[in-house]
Design a protein around this ligand. Structure first.
Ligand code: ADP
Ligand code: MG
Length: 255
């Protein structure tokens, strides 16, 4: 579903990604991990076509750079890490922005668009907040509303940049479980950046470890999340052992 080959991105004259490749089959969940500044957010922005890049990004058989913005927005939804949110806009209207690719130019949203927005807010436990201005929300609530907007786009590909950073444990689990249920129910292809390595290991089918703008490891969680790799690329001492689900569980070890 997503195929990235020899991706190079330079920002402000600096190389940020070099020779990055990845494959995410339809219905899979791929997590991009790596230390701060590794290029994770840049990679998602390139996949969604928001940045000029060298190399190829193919989504559903089509080069992303050949798609018009509306076509692209019907195919790929992207929830940024720290979007600028209009403080006066209500949660419902913000979620409805996710329907923009389906609303005719100069037209208004349909009853169906409003129903989709309402349903997504309900699934994310946000229906009580629908009438509240964005400026009055907590960090975690804002993060869930950004996800709501992306889900309202009803695309087959979902790119989520650090979707759980501002969330408490309960909401982290709720969001990850919801994304996983949607993925299974609707055969969505999900790519998330996650700085929580344990979450990445628990939910993703495969991981791509970026460091310094290059892929340094890729594969199933059990192969990528090793004590050596975490030490080498994050400078952290951890112990890794298979958890109850057989996936790698990680604990920090004091040096
Ligand atoms: P990550 O998400 O892994 O923390 P980013 O993709 O945000 O990393 O950033 C990767 C590198 O690119 C960093 O060194 C960052 O400073 C740089 N960078 C990000 N955006 C820009 C930009 N607009 N102009 C110049 N450099 C940028
Ligand atoms: Mg980032």
């Amino acid at each position: 579903m997503i195929s990235v080959r020899s991706l190079d991105v330079a920002l402000a004259g600096r190389t940020v990604l070099s020779e990055v490749g990845l494959e995410a089959p339809a219905g899979s969940w791929l997590a991009v991990i790596g230390p701060n500044g590794a290029g994770k957010s840049t990679l998602l922005r390139a996949i969604v076509g928001l940045l000029p890049y060298g190399g190829d990004v193919i989504v559903d058989g089509q080069p992303v750079r050949s798609l018009r913005p509306r076509q692209r927005a019907r195919l790929v939804a992207y929830a940024p890490q720290s979007p600028v949110l209009p403080a006066d806009m209500t949660v419902f209207d913000y979620t409805l922005l996710g329907r923009a690719p389906y609303i005719p130019h100069l037209g208004r949203e349909s009853r169906h668009d409003r129903a989709v927005a309402g349903e997504v807010l309900e699934r994310l436990d946000l229906d009580d907040l629908a009438g509240r201005p964005m400026g009055q929300l907590s960090g975690g609530e804002r993060q869930r509303v950004v996800l709501a907007r992306a889900l309202a786009q009803r695309t087959r590909v979902l790119l989520l940049d650090e979707p759980t950073t501002a969330l408490d444990l309960g909401h982290q689990q709720q969001v990850m479980e919801l994304v996983d249920r949607l993925r299974l129910a609707d055969d969505l292809t999900v790519v998330t950046t996650l700085h929580d390595l344990s979450l990445a290991g628990q939910y993703a089918d495969s991981l791509v470890l970026l460091a310094g703008g290059r892929v340094v490891a890729a594969g199933p969680p059990g192969e990528v999340l090793t004590e050596e790799a975490v030490e080498a690329h994050f400078g952290a001492r951890v112990s890794v052992a298979p958890g109850p689900d057989g996936r790698p569980a990680m604990t920090l070890v004091r040096p």
